[in-house]
Design a protein around this ligand. Structure first.
Ligand SMILES: *Cc1c(COP(=O)(O)O)cnc(C)c1O
Length: 424
């Protein structure tokens, strides 16, 4: 009887044996399911909408192709992400450039590639973009990022007029910015953008934000600016632990569209196109990381440390902001296994705790640990700290499995090093 942990219908122990560990495993089927949920929710509401996958969560050529095939648009935040999309022959009119401090080089790239839109984050950037577009005889479509005074994290949100954030134009300065934009001939402002946080589980903060933004659109309309697009950003949460609640996209889109339609009719505003930018929701649950367990160290009456062959280099999120993860011993899935509470540590020369106090079957060196929901912001945030090569990424589709990012080698580790002339 097969008792190994199956992820997207694949035997994870067999994957670990075939490709080695640590290993990122990404399911194309789950990515498609996640995006389909959002597409279906908008379709059901008969909405005019766009989905922009936030590429920063996980981006490579194969991922670009999946997004392209699903008819979804793509957010990029740097020249590197833009280049990745370009190399994947992603349709550039569906690319949107973000960032709170875009460089001149990145703006030129965006113009050269003829991307669909730039989300402008400051007055300085608006002028800079206009000037560079003028040099290139180009008119760029633009949305203005607003700091709407709503900030949300998981179940809580705060609403204040003044948010301390490096992102966006404070609500009170938006009308002045639009007034200033009148003289800028090489930009075409078509909408507003905001992004209120990440890993949000309740829809309430999004609905409050939509109201704030629609009222602003109404004011801008009175000032003579007709905007057709309202981008409410990403932030849809995923279950972190196995039994956690997930963001209910269907319910959210239903409430959002009825809220938007009600407010628009109250304030006599045409219903704008609604844009969302799901990063984590698209790919978070579509990924797991497989590790091999090595040292198991018991400190009597204190803690049992279980070490894996990866750590903060492939998943810095627990160290960065205390993110929590769930895990399964892939080769010990029977409920009858004896359980114990352990702490999962990485191998880096830092305390490098991946999971504090998790109940698992009694583990031994050589067991395979699957850490769940690592599809978003894991590979994307990985590093070579301690000169540890990055793991490979395997993509699953149906019963197929293939490498989409190869494992780094020790040659890769020194590939960029150069010797100064006096050492040669
Ligand atoms: C990070 C980010 C997103 C994606 O956030 P998720 O929480 O991954 O959905 C979307 N839009 C903007 C502007 C972002 O900065």
């Amino acid at each position: 009887m097969m008792t190994n942990y199956l992820f997207s219908n694949h035997d994870t122990v067999a994957l670990a044996e075939k490709y080695g560990t640590p290993l990122y495993v990404i399911s194309e089927d789950i990515i498609r399911e996640n995006l389909t949920k959002i597409i279906n929710a908008f379709t059901k509401q008969n909405a005019t909408y766009d989905i922009n996958y936030a590429g920063k969560a996980f981006l490579n050529l194969a991922m670009c192709n999946i997004i392209k095939d699903m008819g979804v648009s793509l957010d990029v935040v740097s020249g590197g992400e833009l280049y990745t999309a370009y190399m994947a022959s992603f349709p550039m009119e569906r690319v949107c450039l973000h960032g709170s401090n875009k460089t001149v080089e990145e703006i030129k790239m965006a113009i050269e590639y003829n991307i669909g839109k730039v989300i402008v984050d400051s007055k300085y950037e608006l002028e800079l973009l206009n000037a560079i577009c003028e040099e290139h005889n180009h008119v760029m479509r633009v949305s203005i990022r607003v700091s709407p005074g709503v900030e949300a994290h998981t179940h809580e949100f705060i609403q204040t007029g003044k948010i301390d954030s490096k992102f966006g134009i404070p609500l009170k300065q938006v009308r002045d910015l639009f007034d200033f934009s009148k003289d800028l001939k090489n930009i075409n402002i078509i909408g507003l953008h905001c992004h209120i946080g990440s890993q949000i589980i309740d829809e309430e903060p999004f609905l409050v934000t939509a109201e704030v933004m629609l009222n602003l659109m109404k004011e801008l309309k009175e000032d003579g600016f007709s905007l057709t697009e309202l981008n409410l950003g990403g932030g849809f949460g995923i279950p972190q632990m196995r039994h956690d609640a997930s963001f209910n996209v269907d319910q959210y889109i239903e409430k959002l569209m009825s809220t938007v339609r009600r407010i628009c009719s109250e304030i006599q505003l045409e219903v704008p196109k609604i844009v969302v930018e799901p990063g984590r929701y698209t790919v978070g649950t579509a990924g797991i990381t497989l590790y091999k367990i090595g040292t198991v160290k018991e400190i009597p009456e204190i803690r049992k440390y279980v070490s894996v062959d990866g750590g903060m280099t492939d998943n810095p999120r627990p160290a960065l902001y205390g993110a929590v993860y769930d895990a399964i011993v892939a080769n010990k899935t029977l409920v009858s296994e004896e359980q114990e509470i352990v702490t999962i540590s990485g191998r880096c020369c830092e305390s490098d705790t991946l999971i504090k106090d998790i109940q698992l079957p009694k583990v031994e060196p050589g067991d395979i640990l699957a850490v769940l929901n690592t599809g978003a912001y894991n590979y994307a945030m990985s590093s070579n700290y301690n000169k540890i090569p990055r793991p490979a990424v395997v993509l699953l589709r149906g019963d197929e499995d293939e490498i989409i990012v190869r494992r780094e080698t020790y040659e890769d580790i020194v590939a960029k090093d150069m010797l100064p002339s006096w050492q040669k």
